[in-house]
Design a protein around this ligand. Structure first.
Ligand SMILES: CC(=O)N[C@H]1[C@@H](OP(=O)(O)O)O[C@H](CO)[C@@H](O)[C@@H]1O
Ligand SMILES: [Mg+2]
Length: 536
């Protein structure tokens, strides 16, 4: 039987242990680690089919990112570092939900639907994993899947998500984007970064010193390996290197959602702290000013800083390239107003999940995209890349643009590369973090989770800003929002957790909190809330 071995190994070593239907969501499959072995095995099978389909290397990253340590997950990486194509997300869901005996048939159907994938064609899969204790065992399951489908594996061990995207891309484009190794990644980015500060690392109010909050995860390991390549260009003191629990009271998600200084990092005044998440694809800055006031600078602050800098370099270089910023509904209203009204850069809104932002960013020559939670990057069209490289020969601003382009990991949001991009802009401007923060003031905001019996009853439109079902809920939200100056609120089902998310912003924190509670209660009442009523 075709793919018969896939069935045998599944039954013997990776039998299906969960009967409920599971879906490849915003960030692949993600749940408790002890429910994932059979899914990992099947994703090994699927990655092999996808590698044959694309005749390219496919990546499999084992991580649950910012989620708690007992969780885990898996995301597949397409040939040019993109997230898995939508049609294949559906295939992933089909294969994950098949019975053990149904695996061969599911694989044959996928192969047929993909236009005929030959069973004996070569396939190579790159595998990476985060630092979770379960990741090692789950890697074995992925490897078993690839082997059972007749493919081969290259195991990159413990690496960040962005490094795995980078090596997949570099391998598939024959090394044009860089050398397809972890070292190749450090070398490329560090060289470009150092060039941008050859005339000295300090400048104006900018000092090249940071406190690095590694979230007790892979980001800390990557940064420690990166530091020797960076030399004197930046001085990074490392905290939360793995001595504590992953993502617990520290890291990018904690700092962003709780709006608190990470534990484990000394509260030094006027020092900037850089927090990354559990797989190092998100970054958040924070600092405590001389009066002891805490401020957090998120993905919106990063996006506006970067877009403003690109706009300046484009003007100075005389290049006429279309620059744009892509945000989601979670972007702070003050950031959108600042970038459109003050900087005059066009802004587009996409659905939550970087794959959606990435897709919308493709409409620009230079597309800056960031989620408020600090996940994002900048992508350049082929036209933009060539125009910048050509102009760089004779024009200083274009040369800078070209070097900045090499600091960026275009293949995916990347905490460490994004941090170096921020540091580059701050350095160029001679800004302290306080200068950066004062560009605009965030509107006070609040996020809340509401538990309902079935979150699928909530559907949305207009990049998730308007709720379509249950009927009447949007009218209720509108009438609540009308009571709050500068009020804005929306609700959507999470793609990664079994909850509904509520977002609210208003001119005061009290207003934002009350708005979130009122809208949360409306969701609870009209969308089948269960358990305790929502509270902050
Ligand atoms: C409000 C929020 O931060 N949502 C996160 C979260 O998605 P949800 O679908 O909201 O659960 O996880 C995604 C994957 O990491 C990330 O892309 C997204 O921004
Ligand atoms: Mg992450």
């Amino acid at each position: 039987m075709v793919y018969g071995e896939a069935v045998q190994v599944a039954k013997a070593k990776y039998p299906k242990s969960v009967t409920k239907t599971i879906k490849y969501g915003t960030a692949g499959f993600r749940t408790k680690a002890d429910e994932l072995d059979f899914i990992m095995y099947r994703m090994g099978l699927l990655a092999t089919l996808r590698a044959r389909d694309t005749k390219a290397v496919i990546g499999v990253m084992i991580t649950a990112s910012h989620n708690p340590e007992p969780d885990n997950g898996v995301k597949l990486i397409d040939p040019m570092g993109e997230m898995l194509a939508p049609a294949w997300e559906a295939h992933a869901t089909t294969l994950a939900n098949a019975t053990d005996d149904g695996i061969a048939e599911a694989m044959a159907t996928i192969a047929k639907e993909a236009g005929g994938i030959k069973e004996d064609e070569k396939a190579l899969v790159f595998v990476g994993r985060d630092t979770r204790p379960s990741s090692d065992r789950l890697r074995d399951a992925v490897v078993a899947g690839v082997k059972a489908a007749g493919g081969e594996v290259k195991d990159f061990g413990v690496v960040s998500t962005p490094i795995l995207h980078f090596v997949v891309t570099c391998h598939n484009d024959g090394g044009q984007y860089g050398e397809p190794t972890e070292e190749g990644y450090y070398k490329k980015i560090a060289q470009a970064f150092a060039k941008l500060r050859v005339s000295g690392a300090s400048r104006g109010s900018y000092e090249p010193t940071i406190l690095f909050d590694g979230a007790n995860g892979v980001g800390a390991i990557m940064m420690e390996r990166f530091i020797p390549y960076l030399g004197d260009s930046i001085k990074s003191t490392m905290y939360n290197k793995g001595e504590g629990v992953l993502n617990h009271l520290c890291g990018a998600d904690y700092v962003k959602v709780q709006q608190k200084w990470p534990e484990g990092v000394p509260q030094a005044q006027n020092s900037r702290c850089v927090s990354v998440d559990g797989d190092a694809d998100r970054v958040i800055y924070s600092f405590i000013d001389k009066n002891g006031k805490y401020s957090m600078l998120d993905g919106d602050k990063i996006a506006t800083l970067v877009a403003g800098y690109f706009q300046e370099l484009l003007k100075a270089s005389g290049l006429t390239l279309k620059l744009g910023l892509v945000q989601t509904a979670y972007a702070n209203g003050a950031s959108t107003a600042y970038i459109t009204e003050k900087l005059g850069v066009p802004v587009a809104c996409a659905k939550t999940g970087v794959k959606h932002l990435h897709h919308v960013a493709l409409q620009f020559d230079i597309g800056v995209y960031f989620e408020a939670n600090g996940h994002g990057t900048v992508i350049f069209s082929k036209n933009a890349r060539e125009a910048i490289r050509n102009a760089a020969q004779a024009n200083e601003s274009a040369q800078k643009l070209s070097q900045v382009m090499d600091v960026i990991n275009e293949t995916v949001g990347d905490a460490i590369s994004d941090m170096l991009l921020v540091e580059t802009v701050l350095h160029a401007r001679g800004w302290s973090i306080e200068d950066w923060n004062s560009a605009y003031a965030d509107l006070p905001n609040r996020q809340m989770k509401v538990t309902v019996a079935d979150r699928a009853v909530i559907t949305t439109t207009d990049a998730e800003r308007v709720c379509v079902t249950p009927a009447g809920l949007q009218d209720t939200i509108n009438s609540i929002v009308a009571n709050y100056p500068n009020g804005r609120s929306f609700v959507r089902p999470s793609g990664t957790e079994d909850i509904v998310r509520v977002y609210a912003e208003a001119s005061t924190q009290e207003g934002a909190d009350n708005l979130a509670i009122a809208v949360g209660n409306a969701v609870y009442e009209q969308a089948g809330g269960v358990g305790d009523r929502p509270k902050i």
